[in-house]
Design a protein around this ligand. Structure first.
Ligand code: NAP
Length: 265
């Protein structure tokens, strides 16, 4: 196999499911040398089987030692990293008045501090003009009920990425501001009652769209955009916004259909 991504060195954190998995799969299939990081090692093994390659490195980005182990594995066996994609993320679902200190600790530890730890650990393993991409959320700029702590964690993440860029001008940091995308495992831990309440609130406030984006299509777009960036070192994309073109709806049933992916595409 040959192509522009053949042999390129890529690290994907959050490669065990959803968007990170889909983008990682595409880079492996394009011939890149890809380190696959997430906590669930069985899922990483399944991805290697499906993709026909990739280097699974079980990693909890909340654990500094895991991030350092990932960096050691990359240093030992891979070329300097051309692309670090961090798709890992988590969200508590609930109205602000119901968000606990434990909720805050988990969401900030994962979406902010953990991502900081993994970038820090890998910094010396990055090539001189590497792309470092993180997945943020539309909820930063369009707050929606029940996702306040999540939106705040992503807003803080976005600021740190601006700061990383300021301090490392030759690296190319990209914040991907992502709209709602299905299916992924985002929300698998949400309580059904909370989801129903949240979707109703989003419809009431006109924050629901008639269709969410499709995960496979989002992965295609991210793969193409990030792959093109890797091969164009004079170009940076500080911010990429991916949104469904679907109209906003106030009908609760339409909002549920969009959120569950049950609307025909
Ligand atoms: N889907 C959406 O509608 C949507 C919209 C806007 C933004 N986003 C963002 O897009 C990104 C990907 O989400 P997704 O929808 O693809 O959800 P997903 O299927 O739940 O994927 C999340 C990934 O993060 C990993 N992860 C979570 N905590 C981790 C930790 N402590 N250490 C290492 N890896 C960890 C998970 O792997 P393990 O559990 O195996 O560790 C999994 O691979 C997230 O940052 C999310 O906030 C999603």
């Amino acid at each position: 196999m040959s192509g522009p991504l053949q042999g390129r060195s890529v690290v994907v954190v959050g490669a065990s499911s959803g968007i990170g998995r889909g983008v990682a799969l595409r880079f492996v299939k394009a011939g890149a040398d890809v380190a696959l990081a997430a906590r669930r090692s069985d899922r990483l093994g399944e991805l290697v089987t499906e993709a026909g390659g990739g280097r699974p490195v079980p990693t909890d980005l909340c654990i500094k030692g895991d991030c350092e182990h990932l960096a050691d594995e990359v240093a030992a066996s891979m070329a300097p990293v051309d692309l670090l994609l961090i798709s890992a993320g988590t969200a508590p679902l609930g109205r602000m008045a119901h968000i606990s200190a434990e909720d805050w600790q988990l969401v900030l530890r994962t979406n902010l501090i953990g991502i900081h730890q993994v970038i820090t650990a890998l910094l010396d393993r990055l090539s001189s003009q590497a792309v470092v991409a993180v997945i943020s959320s539309e909820s930063v700029t369009a707050p929606r009920s029940h996702l306040g702590a999540y939106g705040a964690s992503k807003a803080a993440l976005e600021h740190t990425i601006l700061q990383w860029q300021e301090e490392h001008p030759w690296l190319r940091f990209t914040t991907v501001s992502l709209g709602a995308t299905v299916p992924t495992e985002f929300g698998h831990d949400f309580a059904t009652d909370d989801i129903v309440e949240a979707i109703g609130a989003w419809a009431d406030s006109g924050r629901s769209q008639a269709a969410f984006m499709d995960t496979e299509q989002v992965c295609n777009v991210l793969f193409e955009a990030l792959g093109a960036l890797v091969t164009a070192p004079s170009v940076g994309i500080p911010r990429l916004e991916l949104r469904s073109p679907a109209p906003f709806v106030s009908d609760g049933d339409a909002a549920v259909a969009a959120a569950t992916g049950s609307r025909d595409r």
